[in-house]
Design a protein around this ligand. Structure first.
Ligand code: ADP
Length: 249
């Protein structure tokens, strides 16, 4: 495996399902501390790419390297999660009958179980982290409320907070603003920018172009399992091939 300065490095990755090439020579690099938006039509391979990074799907070919040197193709999902790669799926899965603060504590606790610690007391570092997370996800004043009473958008933020509680190096976020109001969408862009400003590397898959524009980061457009275009949102959305793909021609 080669050694790079990248936080995530994919090179020449292939995945096929029964002969269908879902990922077809995919190469992508995220630098440490970078936030990247991933767009692309349905079936482009966005979900499969995240499955590859998290170890849910193993590539047939190609390199997947984390933090410069760690070959992710050799590790299983639990090992990859422990390295500090957190994933947020599209649908929020918070513990509805627990308070917001307890949801965050449960997220920490899960992390400890993964580490095999039987008797766990919250360290000062962890308590401070929970306080920071409550601020970032804009739920400090609601910390004692039941998660079930939150709006859809707030549940998404809480789930992002549950990932943050585990202090990951990389966050993979799948369609965070689906079903959100315009205001929540804009606040989510701010929230992700803030997370990114705290040295987290972030990959966001999203269809909502207003939101992607709001993020203001480099965009990668996938199509047929490979990179079709990469650059600023203006460059990518003006790219002829991207326009064709989105118009379905
Ligand atoms: P996206 O997330 O961009 O919509 P996906 O990664 O879900 O795309 O899918 C890429 C392609 O691979 C699609 O054509 C999809 O039907 C196919 N695919 C994904 N997972 C499987 C699977 N487990 N078995 C067969 N085909 C799959």
């Amino acid at each position: 495996t080669r050694s790079t300065s990248a936080m995530l490095y994919l090179d020449g990755v292939h995945v096929s399902f029964d002969g269908f090439h879902a990922i077809n020579n995919l190469s992508l690099t995220l630098e440490p501390g970078e936030m990247r938006a991933i767009i692309g039509p349905n079936g482009a391979g966005k979900t499969t790419m995240m499955d590859i990074i998290t170890g849910k799907t193993k590539p047939d070919k190609g390199e997947v390297v984390f933090d410069g040197t760690v070959d992710l193709t050799k590790l299983d999902e639990t090992e990859i999660a422990k390295l500090g790669i957190g994933r947020k799926f599209q649908k929020p899965t918070v513990f509805e009958s627990q308070t917001i603060e307890d949801n965050l504590l449960l997220a920490l606790n899960v992390d400890h179980r993964v580490r095999g610690t039987l008797f766990w007391r919250r360290s000062r570092d962890e308590s401070e982290r929970i306080e920071r997370v409550l601020d970032i996800i804009r739920l400090r004043d609601a910390r004692d409320r039941l998660a079930g009473s939150l709006s859809h958008g707030q549940k998404q933020w809480l789930e992002i907070g549950m990932l943050l509680a585990q202090d990951p190096k990389v966050l993979l976020v799948d369609e965070p603003v689906a079903g959100m109001t315009d205001v929540e969408t804009q606040q989510t862009a701010e929230l992700l920018r803030e997370i990114n400003s705290h040295d987290k590397t972030v990959m966001v898959v999203e269809h909502d172009m207003t939101f992607v524009r709001e993020l203001g980061v480099k965009v990668t457009c996938l199509h047929e399992g490979t990179v079709l275009a990469e650059g600023s949102i203006d460059d990518v959305s003006a790219n002829e091939r991207v326009v064709e793909v989105y118009l379905g021609r």
